[in-house]
Ligand binder design. Sequence first.
Ligand code: NAP
Length: 435
Amino acid sequence: MTVDKRKGRYIAGELFDWEIHRKNMADAKGDLALIGLAVMGQNLILNMNDHGYTVVAFNRTVSKVDDFLANEAKGTKVIGAKSLEDMVSKLKKPRRVMLLVKAGQAVDAFIDKLVPLLEKGDIIIDGGNSEYNDSNRRCRDLASKGLLFVGSGVSGGEDGARYGPSLMPGGAPEAWPHIKSIFQAISAKANNEPCCDWVLEEWNKGELDSFLIEISRDILRYKDEKGEYLLEKIRDTAGQKGTGKWTAISALEYGMPVTLIGEAVFARCLSALQAERIDASKQLQGPPSSKYEGDKKKFIDDIRQVDALNVCLEVHVHALYASKIVSYAQGFMLMREAAKEFKWDLNFGGIALMWRGGCIIRSVFLGNIKQAFDKNPKLSNLLLDDFFKSEIQKCQAQRDYFGAHTYELLSNPGNFIHTNWTGHGGTVSSTTYQA
Ligand code: NAP
């Protein structure tokens, strides 16, 4: 049996014995139940366990509970449940039940089954990437039944869930005192402050940051077991889980030009049309090849020279920096518009601070965004703040790694696999679907 020392978790398991587990955990009561044992759910449970919380684990396919307890969760305080009734009976009151399942119908299906099992004041937390109108509806429906609903974006992918995600809870404010300590304990920390606070509404993530450049570097240099670059062997098609699409739809609804996210979503849609692209490439002549035909060694030597490198880097860094600033400005424009519509009193500075660690957005200038809104809470556009105005004037000029979203090899289309790119990720992956 191999043990990953960094995580202290078991990779290859032994046969799991329910009887021994039942005896060991007979009197234990769970602090929180988590439903959904895919990559996010499993890693969040292990994170909560590390922080001293007892979690009751459940999954639609119940055999995955046994697998989890026998492998990743072996030696932890995690309690397995064989049914929803079993799970609820093992919880302290008020009961806290968190869902980490596929967004949409799966969330409603679980809520419908949970309602008759819960009591007034119990809390249901949806940690998936749910569409905000669905979260609003669930919050209203459950309030009418005396239950507290929290929609909480969990950002940070597999590693974030395991070691500290950015958590963005919103919904019934009465639930916050009951979940605050656990959420703030497990969330990422930036300058010792938890990247988790209450806002009136969750905001899902945009995928921009030098963090993404950092992971692209790792992906580019990753070699498979044959010592060959893996990237070359991956099909150029990507799935989507809906967050980008919903952001673009909201942008159109509110008439806000959230162009960067819109373009990114269209690029994913185009990537999915692989057969059509291949067919077209046989009939339409594309632009002339831009492949460098000169002396490769000399070219690389030139780039190595400090001056040439500086010029290259400056162009790229400035373009990236400008696009990051613009994307944040667009995101805050969309939030401002939605806040007007729903009469939300959004704490824009607080929202920026929640993204400082763990989250895929992670950025050095989130502090500057906070300062901008502290100075002027009614700021109409981030680009009009003195700091961002001067930065933008000066400028003028990846999915499986992060969330275990899987990919297809060119040699084996239709078979979705996950690679542990960093060497410290797990083997559990997210499922593949098109939202
Ligand atoms: P996922 O692949 O999105 O979902 C798999 C889980 O959903 C499994 O537990 C599966 O149960 C359950 N499920 C699927 N369809 C169901 C249905 N019709 N009824 C009941 N259960 C159903 O898992 P994930 O990647 O861990 O993500 C969980 C949530 O977090 C999603 O909303 C996702 O968008 C969000 N999220 C993911 C990431 C990431 O990086 N992966 C990051 C942030 C947020 P079975 O095992 O029985 O199939």
